[in-house]
Design a protein around this ligand. Structure first.
Ligand SMILES: C[S@@+](CC[C@H](N)C(=O)[O-])C[C@H]1O[C@@H](n2cnc3c(N)ncnc32)[C@H](O)[C@@H]1O
Length: 486
């Protein structure tokens, strides 16, 4: 299969240790009659079908040939995959398998005659921009796919739920983006009443050849009111610790997997103390969209100019700047060429007259600057304007800065009021809160616990410290204003 088709069909093969576990969990602990129907949805080479056939044969006592002929169903959009699955199933038995329940069709639009006891698999992950002409048809037919940055696997969940019989179960490994994405809202609402168990791999990579943030979800047709949740970052499922989560406590706008203990703590804290966004402003830094043109380390400074490479820039046009993502408290010797006055870009005629050296430098970089925003840089008010207007005022002044991604809380005070910053966020107290006290609260274990519970993870254990996660942080330092009694 060529690479383009692989991408369009979301072809990524699941490692055996994951499939073993998923099949074991789905089939295990259930009374098996021998008549159950098992469907491998998006079978690829059939690893789910093969492992399920073996397991089912053991549980039911039926010979494997009969199991394949009577109990195993498999579907894939690709004929090649179906043939491969047949071959792999045949390898399980010395006797010739005379009948397969194979379906070469689009799982989302196939009319199935039967309902299933188990639907298992690794559905295709195909983002909306790669769905091409299928997009509109899916959006018309699937509530989970109505709007936003949806993915084909959303529809697999919805269809699979419809295909379960009364006691049926689903075991799928999929991306976990629907836990928190805006587009995942309908899917969240759809599956929450059926959730039995989630094992979230979070940032940890399960697949060898693809970067994907994934989770295994176990659903059942029968309604549930609570489910089990665990995270797992290793190549087995030993010592996995589940926490029980009540569906009632799941927020609609994004899923946060708080156990009852953490939730109680937060509710208690929230009653007494304010959130970070109530006591402080959180702002983005400067965004030039071409930092290496605007930001430099001078090798010489005199009373009029800052010098770097073969250029010199008027000193009065430069401000010190801090790179939040790498800042560790030391002077970084970075300066920003800041062609703004009162948050307005300095017009060309004035700029050319007042800052001839800087203008000469910008002219030498004009082609690069105009390439910003996919060529949209040509339409900026002046070609030397920043790519975004954020932080033109708010990035200055006393502040606490942090990177957008950290292994642990890393908040630093920047005292130089004239210094700007980029590649991160700044936090500025709204009232008279002392900067040192606020910084200490932000660097506390409570922040670590908060981020661990609410934030997204990335490779290498990094957590997102985005504004959307920081804003709800609660700390005993953030006293609620007391009502005035007299
Ligand atoms: C992520 S791969 C998983 C393959 C296999 N189940 C495994 O886990 O190794 C997804 C599979 O779904 C198939 N597929 C893609 N779109 C499909 C669709 N609309 N209906 C049925 N199968 C589809 C692909 O051809 C691919 O084999």
């Amino acid at each position: 299969m060529n690479a383009k088709l692989k991408k369009q069909n979301g072809v990524v093969l699941t490692p055996e240790w994951v499939v073993d576990f998923m099949v074991e969990e789905a089939l295990g602990g259930k009374k098996i009659t021998g008549d159950e129907k098992i469907l491998d949805a998006g079978c690829g080479e059939g690893i789910f079908a093969v492992i399920a056939a073996r397991k089912f044969s053991k549980l039911s006592g039926k010979p494997i040939k009969k199991v394949v002929e009577e109990n195993i169903y498999f579907t894939d959009i690709s004929k090649e995959s179906i043939e491969k699955t047949k071959q792999n199933l045949q390898k399980l038995s010395k006797n010739k398998i005379t009948e397969f329940h194979d379906i070469t069709d689009d799982f989302c639009f196939h009319n199935f005659d039967e309902k299933f006891d188990f639907i298992i698999g690794n559905p295709p992950y195909v983002r909306i921009q790669n769905l091409n002409e299928r997009k509109e048809q899916l959006q018309r037919n699937y509530a989970a796919a109505v709007s936003g940055s949806i993915d084909l696997y959303f529809c697999f969940f919805e269809k699979a739920l419809k295909l379960l019989n009364e006691k049926g179960r689903i075991s799928f490994i999929t991306p976990n983006s629907h836990f928190y994405s805006q587009a995942g809202k309908n899917l969240r609402d759809l599956i929450l009443p059926h959730l039995a168990k989630i094992i979230n791999f979070d940032h940890w990579q399960v697949f060898k050849d693809a970067t994907a943030y994934t989770a295994i979800s176990f659903l059942q047709k029968e309604k549930t009111t609570e489910f089990l949740y665990a995270e797992n970052f290793k190549k087995d499922f030993q010592d996995i610790k589940f926490k029980k989560i009540s569906a009632m406590h799941m927020r609609g706008d994004r899923w946060e997997f708080f156990d009852q203990k953490y939730l109680d703590k937060i509710i208690k804290l929230n009653k007494k103390y304010s959130t970070l966004q109530e006591v402080a402003e959180i702002h983005y830094g400067i965004a030039t969209l071409k930092d290496d043109v605007y930001i430099f380390s001078p090798h010489r400074i005199d009373s009029k100019y800052l010098y770097f490479d073969a250029f010199k820039i008027e000193k009065s046009l430069c401000v010190p700047i801090v790179k939040a993502s790498t800042y560790k408290g030391e002077n970084q010797n970075l300066f920003l060429i800041f062609p703004y006055r009162n948050e307005k870009i300095i017009p060309k005629n004035i700029f050319q007259k007042d800052y001839p050296e800087a203008y000469k430098y910008f002219l030498s970089q004009r082609d690069i600057l105009e390439m910003r925003d996919k060529g949209g840089g040509k339409n900026y008010d002046e070609f030397y304007a920043f790519g975004r207007n954020q932080g033109l005022k708010t990035s200055f002044g006393k502040k606490i800065i942090t990177s957008t991604m950290n292994l642990k809380p890393r908040f630093y005070i920047i005292k130089d009021e004239k210094a700007s910053f980029y590649a991160g966020y700044c936090i500025k107290p709204k009232n008279s809160t002392n900067l040192e006290d606020l910084c200490e609260a932000l660097n506390s274990d409570l922040m670590k616990e908060h981020i661990a519970s609410v934030s997204k993870s990335y490779r290498g254990g990094y957590k997102s410290y985005a504004k959307s996660f920081l804003k709800d942080f609660v700390h005993p330092q953030f006293c609620k204003a007391q009502p005035v009694l007299f």
